[in-house]
Design a protein around this ligand. Structure first.
Ligand code: FES
Length: 273
């Protein structure tokens, strides 16, 4: 069993939990994920590792209560335990020859972008972070991102934090101002990652995105997490979740994302009823 040692509400929809999982913490790297099960009857859900502490033996997860399992998870308190917590899964992010990077998070994607920014910052890379949210009440990890960034820009769709706009606008301005990035990391909604990848392509800036499709086994067996990258079928759980944004077929990924909407709605109705 895996104990919840800390629970924090980051915004009305998003919660952070630190889970005691020493074996996972020992090997975890940015870019990897875990699969958890709340209880015996629960489904398995993948969540990206938002942080880890090898000394304390804890792994941090950040999640939005969007479905049956994330709601059940969010209802647990410090001291409660999870049945399964398997990982680290997926390929760790590798950064080589990077001097200056832009790390971009869209909404909850900021929780996944944060460990990447932290790692780059620890390697001495100049990090410009850009995080976008729908409104100021949904902003998460501002202090954490600030601590690992040389510059941090936070935008809101409605301008309620005084900085209206999209993350892609900020990146475009930074590039046009003459910032020479060796690497752009974009993590968030598919449409955001597509827009950023299209923006960086003409400049030839290497762009990594993190794909988050439906996952079942997380070990490359079921094929549920397939994405097309460079015309080839890849499995996000074993080949990713990080991929070259210039090679990903985002339109197909967006179509696949809506495939199980009916079942997801039914499942939610069953727990509310
Ligand atoms: Fe089954 Fe990736 S989750 S192959």
């Amino acid at each position: 069993m895996f104990k919840i040692v800390k629970k924090k509400i980051l915004n009305p929809q998003v919660k952070l939990m630190e889970i005691s999982a020493p074996h996972v913490a020992k090997k975890a790297e940015p870019g990897q994920f875990i699969i958890l099960r709340v209880n015996e009857n629960g489904e398995r859900i993948p969540l990206t590792i938002a942080d880890f502490d090898r000394t304390k033996g804890t792994v941090t997860i950040i999640f939005q209560e969007v479905g049956k399992t994330t709601k059940a998870l969010g209802a647990l308190e410090e001291g409660d335990e999870l049945l399964d917590f398997v990982g680290p899964l997926g390929k760790a992010s590798h950064f080589e020859n990077v001097k200056k990077a832009a790390v971009i998070g869209g909404g909850l994607g900021t929780a996944i972008a944060y460990p990447q920014a932290k790692k780059l910052h620890s390697m001495g890379v100049e990090v410009h972070s850009i995080a976008g949210f729908r409104n100021k009440d949904l902003i998460i990890l501002e202090d954490e991102m600030k601590a690992v960034s040389d510059k941090l820009f936070i935008t809101t769709d409605d301008g309620s934090n005084g900085n209206k706009g999209f993350v892609s606008d900020v990146l475009k301005n930074l590039i046009e101002e003459g910032n020479k990035y060796d690497l752009v990391i974009a993590i968030g909604p598919l449409i955001m990652m597509k827009v950023i990848s299209n923006l960086t392509k003409p400049y030839g800036i290497k762009t990594i995105v993190s794909m988050n499709p439906v996952m079942i086994d997380g070990t490359g067996m079921c094929g549920g997490c397939r994405v097309t990258v460079g015309g080839e079928t890849k499995f996000a759980c074993v080949d990713g979740p990080d991929f070259d944004g210039h090679q990903v077929d985002f339109d197909e990924a967006m179509r696949r994302q809506t495939m199980y909407k009916k079942e997801e709605t039914l499942s939610m109705e069953n727990i509310i009823a």
